[in-house]
Design a protein around this ligand. Structure first.
Ligand SMILES: [Zn+2]
Length: 365
């Protein structure tokens, strides 16, 4: 859709306005080609983020191209300010380099080639890439420049959450500014104001969410996983059948949805939720239905809670198994985290003593 919109804009407006002697099919062929090259440029910008992040050992979750540009999402963010700054700067640098290459190409091409369309197309691609690079370098989160600003503040103050909140505040200001500018432009009769306001609205939304998260993380400082986890969780013995465990849940009126699974020696081997149990054959062993523990489903009891929150996104029905000295100590669910966040907003630091022991049920042998 974006490709079609761009091609229509180019074939109907930009190209005929700059070189008026070609025929409609020529305009369209050039327009589609140029639109495709712009999309590839956008992809190159995002891939620069993605590839550099991979070099720092960060797993890339997705790269998305959409109407307002591109977004690359990571499993977790790079751990040092330096890595953060470099990953963020890589995109705009690639865009600016591409812009420069298109300028050079426009200088080299015969000005009369393709009714003069070749030079117009190359200049347009140069302008768009330079614009993309410069716009993204604005020092306001969630733009790349905002990430660089945040990394610099983080390196200076040593406080990641404060740096995030500050860069996000600048992002909110930029968002408001763009929305205002967009409205003024629209009032003056230019349709491009809609686009400005949309970009502003998107930036405002992301920046507000980041600021809020940074404030929550700031309040959760010093809180460990042990402070908020549900201790003595109902354990699913891995060697039991799904059927037997289901009967046990019914008999004892267990109200949990997720259960850590242990092997015969009591070592935690995974977590299993009711949906997985429901999807498994009733005669299957629980250990065959478990999600094995990895960085995102396992935490250490003494770990800072924010470290876990930064590397995992808990969904309703999901859980992190909390381990202490190789033994299962509890589970961390979305409810535990919501409770800790609510308490911290009330100005109360959750501690192990205040954990929801009323919610924990009996454990099978
Ligand atoms: Zn970028």
């Amino acid at each position: 859709m974006i490709l079609a919109l761009l091609a229509a804009l180019l074939a109907g407006n930009v190209l005929p306005g700059a070189a008026g002697d070609a025929t409609a099919p020529v305009y369209w062929i050039v327009a589609i080609t140029v639109a495709a090259v712009l999309m590839v440029s956008l992809l190159a910008h995002e891939l620069a983020h993605a590839l550099l992040a991979r070099r720092f050992g960060v797993r890339v979750k997705s790269v998305t191209l959409w109407a307002l540009g591109g977004v690359t999402t990571f499993d977790e963010e790079p751990v040092t300010p330096r890595a953060n700054a470099l990953v963020a700067a890589a995109g705009p640098v690639v865009s600016l380099v591409l812009g420069g290459l298109f300028v050079v190409a426009a200088r080299c091409v015969d000005p009369t080639w393709l009714y003069g369309l070749a030079i117009v197309a190359l200049n347009w691609l140069a302008a768009m890439n330079v614009l993309l690079g410069l716009f993204n370098l604005l020092p306001a989160a969630p733009l790349d420049g905002g990430r660089v600003l945040r990394a610099l503040l983080w390196a200076r103050t040593g406080d990641r959450d404060k740096a995030t909140a500050m860069a996000a505040a600048v992002g909110q200001a930029l968002g408001f500014g763009l929305i205002g500018w967009g409205f003024v432009t629209m009032m003056s009769g230019y349709f491009s104001g809609v686009w400005l306001a949309l970009v502003g609205w998107f930036i405002l939304g992301s920046a507000s969410a980041e600021r809020q998260q940074a404030q929550v993380f700031g309040k959760l400082r010093g809180v460990t996983v042990r402070d908020v986890m549900t201790p003595h969780p109902v354990i699913a013995p891995g060697w039991w059948t799904v059927d037997a465990f289901a009967a046990h849940l019914a008999d004892d009126g267990v109200r949990h949805r997720v259960f850590p699974v242990v092997d015969f020696e009591g070592r935690p081997v995974g977590v299993v939720g009711l949906p997985e149990l429901a999807g498994a054959r009733s005669a299957a062993r629980i250990q065959d239905a478990v999600r094995p523990l990895d960085r995102r489903t396992r935490a250490d009891a003494a770990e800072p809670l924010t470290d876990v929150l930064r590397r995992t996104t808990l969904r309703p029905g999901g859980a992190v198994a909390v381990v202490e000295d190789g033994k299962l100590a509890g589970v961390l669910t979305l409810a535990d985290i919501s409770r800790a966040v609510d308490l911290s907003r009330l100005g109360v630091k959750p501690t192990a003593g205040s954990a929801g022991s009323a919610e924990s049920g009996p454990s099978p042998p």
